[in-house]
Design a protein around this ligand. Structure first.
Ligand SMILES: [Zn+2]
Length: 260
C-alpha cells in the first residue's frame, strides 16, 4: 500500500490497483470533510445522525477528487447480495445527487465507465476487485458477518457469470478491524467453528487472513491480493472506528473506470 496522499481530501491507494490504466480508486480517511464531532470530518453516511448538508458536501468532495460522474451507493445490510450495474440497471437507479442509489446489498459491481462504486466503512473491510481483461470491477462490504457469509468468495463466483476471470483479478483490502482488536468474547455463539483456526489468541480473530483464504479459494492468486494492513480501531486519529468510538462517521472507499 502507498502512503496516505497529501491531496485534499486525502486517500489511501494500493500499488497493484494503481498500475491498472484508466482505473481510479482510493480509501478516504476521516480527514478533509465538513462534518462536526463525532462525525469529523469526512463522513459519507446519511443515516447515522449527521447533518444531510454536511454529508452531501463530503460526498461531493469525494466525487470531485475521483473524477467520477456519479457515485453509486446502496444501503448496506451485512448480507451477501451483489448488485451488478449494467446499462439497463443503471437507468433505474434512484438519483440522490451526488449519488445514484442501488437496491440494498453489500457488493456493487459494474463494467461501465464514469461510476464510482462507493462502500461506507468504519471497521468493516472494503474489498476492491478489478479484472483488467473483462473490465469488471467490484467493491465489497465485508464486516465479520460478511466474512462468515463469505461475501468475498460469493461475489467473485457471481461475477464469473458476467465474464470475470479470477486468475487475472486483482484485489485490495481497506484499513479495517485488525487481528489486534478483533476480540469476540461470544465467538462460540457468533462465529462458526470452521473459522476458529483463524484465531490468533483465545478470543481474537484474523479477518484479513479469512478474506485472503476466501479470495484464493475463489481462484485469485495470492500475489494479486494487497492488504492495507492498517487497523481502524488502533488508527482512530485517521479512520472512523465503530468499535473504537460508537457513534461515529463512515469512510468512503471507491473504485471506478475513468471515461475514455
Ligand atoms: Zn487494532
Amino acid at each position: 500500500m502507498q502512503d496516505i496522499s497529501i491531496e485534499n481530501p486525502p486517500r489511501l491507494t494500493f500499488k497493484n490497483l494503481s498500475r491498472v490504466e484508466g482505473l481510479v480508486h482510493g480509501v478516504f480517511t476521516r480527514h478533509g470533510g465538513v462534518s462536526a464531532t463525532p462525525y469529523e470530518s469526512l463522513n459519507v453516511a446519511w443515516n447515522n445522525g449527521d447533518s444531510p448538508e454536511a454529508v452531501g458536501e463530503n460526498l461531493a468532495r469525494v466525487k470531485n477528487s475521483t473524477g467520477a460522474e456519479w457515485l453509486v451507493t446502496s444501503r448496506q445490510l451485512h448480507g451477501d447480495l451483489v448488485n451488478f450495474i449494467d446499462e439497463q440497471t443503471a437507468q433505474k437507479l434512484e438519483a440522490r445527487p451526488p449519488t445514484l442509489v442501488s437496491p440494498p446489498g453489500d457488493a456493487l459491481a459494474t463494467n461501465l465507465s464514469g461510476l464510482g462504486l462507493l462502500i461506507k466503512i468504519a471497521d468493516c473491510q472494503s474489498i476492491l476487485l478489478v479484472d483488467p481483461q473483462s473490465r469488471i470491477i467490484a467493491n465489497i462490504h465485508s464486516g465479520w458477518r460478511g466474512s462468515v457469509l463469505d461475501i468475498a468468495g460469493k461475489t467473485v463466483r457471481r461475477l464469473e457469470r458476467f465474464g470475470l476471470n479470477p486468475a487475472t483479478t486483482l484485489a485490495a483490502v481497506s484499513p479495517s478491524l485488525g487481528p489486534c482488536c478483533a476480540e469476540f468474547v461470544n465467538y462460540k455463539r457468533e462465529i462458526p467453528e470452521k473459522f476458529w483456526p483463524f484465531r490468533v489468541g483465545p478470543l481474537h480473530f484474523d479477518f484479513w487472513a479469512i478474506t485472503r483464504s476466501q479470495l484464493t479459494a475463489a481462484g485469485l492468486g495470492e500475489q494479486n491480493i494487497e492488504f492495507a494492513a492498517k487497523c481502524t480501531v488502533c488508527g482512530k486519529s485517521d479512520f472512523f472506528s465503530y468499535r473504537g468510538e460508537g457513534t461515529t462517521g463512515r469512510m468512503a472507499s471507491i473504485i471506478g473506470w475513468k471515461r475514455p
